[in-house]
Design a protein around this ligand. Structure first.
Ligand code: GLN
Length: 522
């Protein structure tokens, strides 16, 4: 039987429950345990595929093609492993399954109810992993929210159904400090634990997010009032150095407390790789820097590109350089702003859907090519770069994308399917891309309905473009300009391929091409 760590949130949202869950994953994995994570979100969208990036940020794609909440990206990066659609559950998915079951007559004519049908279906999601796995269950929302009640009800019974030694309940709470009176306040945590106890869950561990170190008195009070062992009150100090959080939680005894409850051996954690990443990130003096602009259509919402940001961060840490990032809206770019892009060392044109901002992206790709400004183009960005090349270099003025109605010269055409998840790309020998990834074949994650059209590549290659990657179906997955310092377009998402300590090589190559020595005074 698998073991479960059920993590609930209390007092307020936005106190880093996702990162706390991901950190626990990293700490358990560092002890040699097999770990997976599951997010249970209370909303009724069946998955993230129809969600606007302005709502919950990026839609993260796993190997199996599931379109998930961005927190799955944090989990994968922290546990340095690949998850799949089993990790992202929503109320919508649960209710849909139950309603489908009812229509198929699977409930033998009984009245279908939240308890037991919805709660059973919630628990069914937990059973999809191997026996020797520790499943970290991250319950979305805050205890007391009407929406997460069915989840809590389902997980309450887990204690009985799976056996006491197989479940640990972790409550992630907030301990505020009142500046005026100079006091740390534990009452909100006490109340939120009471709320949890009301639904029948007694937490075993309480992780306290706090802006100041937890006072001994606060710890004692929470242990007493919440009925928890004093060493199971874990401090989680506010820290904008996200990568330090697992190390701090380790020092606070978080993983050990969880393992004690699960009656599992508390093996020694091997965090040497993680410590090295932290050392490089925060202690090593950087000698190079890159000013990067991400030019896309959802830039007002930085979370819409969170994996891109994180992958740049990990690449920069690995190469001991710093980068400064500006976010420019492709929608509002003026000609003047495009002409001023020379102040950056590199440009990223990220993925996107729909025509808004596309013309601006085409203009940026043209500027980058003509000024030999390192430019990484992803998904829609790559399609814009290809169209720009066809129009300006090959002279086909009306070259365009079928996504926006182009019929005569669709250098981007409708694909056979909406391509999602991990697929193979065959790299062209001698191309920069093959050199970067060090092989002739890669498997990367995709999410696009349209494809870069092989029918026109002969013409474009005559004009100096190099097709550097093809899909198994023969579509163009990647191209580059051999005469440029770095002008590479890819249909896939390199940003979903970065883990802590293991940055994606293409992102790394882009930053290397862009970086310049830091001069005195900077
Ligand atoms: N909208 C484009 C397509 O569907 C690009 C998607 C993307 O950027 N991944 O093909």
């Amino acid at each position: 039987m698998a073991k479960y760590v059920v993590m609930t949130g209390g007092v307020v949202s936005g106190i880093g429950k996702g990162i706390t869950a991901a950190s626990l994953g990293a700490l358990l994995k560092s002890r040699g345990y097999k770990v997976t994570l599951q997010k249970f979100d209370p909303y009724f969208n069946v998955d993230s595929s129809h969600l606007s990036p302005y709502q919950h940020g990026e839609i993260y794609v796993t190997d199996d093609g599931a379109e998930t909440d961005l927190v799955i990206g944090h989990y994968e990066r922290f546990i340095n492993g690949n998850l799949d659609g089993r990790s992202d559950i929503t109320s919508g998915r649960i209710y849909r399954t139950v309603i489908d079951n009812e229509r198929e007559g699977k409930y033998d004519g009984s009245t279908v109810q939240i308890v037991p049908h919805i709660t059973d279906e919630i628990r069914n999601q937990l059973l999809k992993f191997d026996d020797d796995t520790i499943v970290i269950v991250d319950v979305g929302g805050t205890v007391g929210d009407i929406e997460c009640t069915p989840f809590l009800e389902a997980f309450k019974q887990l204690n009985v159904l799976a056996g006491e030694n197989n479940v640990a309940y972790v409550h992630v709470s907030y301990v505020p400090f009142i500046e005026m009176s100079g006091e740390q306040k534990t009452k909100p945590t006490q109340h939120s634990v009471k709320e949890l106890q009301n639904v029948g869950i007694q937490p075993d561990v309480i992780v306290c997010r706090s802006d100041y170190p937890l006072e001994l008195g606060s710890k004692k009070k929470m242990a007493a009032f919440c009925n928890v062992y004093p060493d199971c009150i874990i401090e989680n100090l506010t820290n904008d150095r996200i990568l330090e959080i697992p190390l701090r939680l380790e020092a606070a005894g978080f993983a050990s407390a969880v393992l004690r409850k699960l009656k599992l051996e508390d093996r020694e954690a091997d965090l040497s790789e993680w410590k090295e990443v932290v050392r490089r990130a925060y202690s090593v003096k950087k000698t190079k820097q890159a000013r990067i602009a991400i030019i896309g259509k959802y830039v007002e919402m930085h979370d819409a590109y969170i994996s891109l940001y994180e992958s740049l961060k990990y690449a920069a840490i690995d190469m001991q350089l710093t980068f400064k990032l500006d976010w420019l809206s492709s929608d509002k770019l003026t000609k003047k702003e495009i002409a001023e892009l020379g102040k950056y060392d590199g440009i990223i044109l990220p993925a996107g859907f729909g025509e808004r901002g596309f013309a601006g992206t085409v203009g940026v790709a043209e500027y980058a090519r003509k000024n030999d400004l390192p430019c990484l183009m992803i998904g829609l960005g790559a399609q814009a770069g290809l169209i720009e090349f066809a129009r300006d270099v090959a002279g086909v003025k009306h070259a365009g994308s079928a996504e926006f109605g182009e019929k005569d010269f669709p250098v981007v055409c409708a694909g056979k399917e909406f391509k999602k998840g991990s697929h193979r790309t065959l790299l062209t020998k001698g191309s920069a891309l093959a050199d970067i990834y060090g092989g002739e074949e890669i498997a990367m994650r995709h999410r696009h309905r349209y494809e870069m059209n092989p029918a026109y590549m002969g013409e474009l290659e005559k004009c100096g473009l190099l097709v550097s990657g093809r899909s198994e179906a023969g579509y163009i997955d990647a191209y580059e300009l051999p005469t440029s310092k770095f002008h590479i377009g890819v249909a896939f998402h390199p940003e979903f391929n970065s883990k802590v300590g293991h940055p994606d090589k293409l992102i790394q190559a882009f930053l290397t091409a862009a970086a310049k020595p830091i001069t005195d005074g900077e």
